[in-house]
Design a protein around this ligand. Structure first.
Ligand code: ADP
Ligand code: MG
Ligand code: MG
Length: 254
């Protein structure tokens, strides 16, 4: 079993007016085989949490720890984090002009495994992974994220997730901008990944819609830079009915 552990994480971002604290003491433990949904209103710091785990240079960890099986990941480079078994799908993925999907995936796989995958099986694996997310073979020749529709970006991310098969995946707003068919394809992919490989998932969203397809083991309410409440699936139903209001008010009074 593997464990991703976040302890009392404080993160600031550099702004023109100086440093601004966004994460104010996040505590969360994700074990392999568990799907955790983090839900919260816009601007609460959910993406900041994802970027901090990813090692984005704009986000400055001022205190706290993030460990994977007891090993500090905050001192690792972005590449080292990927090799350690972390996968991060971002709300706003970057374009990589001139690099095809096929080459991008092969480079990522090689970096993580420490050796290049065997070409013949790899091409087959890529084609199958694309097919599972209903992208055709020709998609492999396109430049990464260049001119991709919202749905194509997310499908590509999920194909990547299944091919790289990391220990933990942090998925930030994987559901945003998806129509119902794409939402199902993406959710099926996340479910295959998490159940077949006994992997851990941190699913960040502000809609409960995706939770009709991906059944989280735990649901957390994220407000004003920290977790305000944790529970099971019923918490998502409560949020659907009542919204975040109660938690936002309580956080404002704290
Ligand atoms: P969420 O993903 O929950 O919507 P974010 O993590 O994107 O929230 O943002 C949380 C807060 O931090 C917001 O007030 C946002 O404006 C601020 N913030 C995040 N990233 C930056 C940045 N790079 N520069 C300035 N402010 C930022
Ligand atoms: Mg499970
Ligand atoms: Mg966000």
């Amino acid at each position: 079993m593997s464990t991703l552990e976040i302890k009392d994480l404080h993160v600031s971002v550099k702004t023109e007016e100086g440093d601004k604290e966004i994460l104010k003491g996040v505590n969360l433990t994700v074990n392999s085989g568990e799907v955790h949904a983090i839900m919260g209103p816009n601007g609460s710091g959910k993406s900041t949490l994802a970027y901090s785990i990813a090692g984005h240079p704009k986000y400055d960890v001022t205190s706290g720890t993030v460990t994977l099986d007891g090993v500090d990941i905050l001192s690792m480079t972005v590449d080292q984090r990927a090799r350690a078994g972390l996968f991060l799908a971002m709300q706003y993925p970057v374009e990589v002009p001139g690099v095809s999907v096929a080459n991008f995936l092969r480079t990522a796989k090689t970096a993580i495994d420490g050796e290049a995958p065997k070409l013949r099986t790899w091409v087959k694996d890529v084609n199958e992974a694309l097919e599972r997310v209903t992208l055709d073979k020709e998609f492999a020749q396109r430049s990464v994220n260049e001119g991709f529709s919202g749905g194509e970006k997310k499908r590509h991310e999920i194909a990547q997730l299944e091919l790289l098969n990391p220990k933990f995946a942090v998925l930030d707003e994987t559901d945003s901008g998806l129509d119902i068919d794409a939402l199902r394809v993406v959710s099926d992919g996340v479910n295959r990944y998490s159940t077949q490989g006994d992997r851990g998932v941190l699913l960040i969203t502000h809609y409960t819609r995706i939770l009709q397809y991906i059944k989280p083991d735990y649901v957390h309410v994220f407000v004003a830079g920290r977790l305000a409440e944790s529970g099971g699936r019923e918490l998502a139903d409560q949020l659907e009915a009542e919204g975040y209001d109660k938690y936002v008010k309580a956080a404002a009074q704290a």
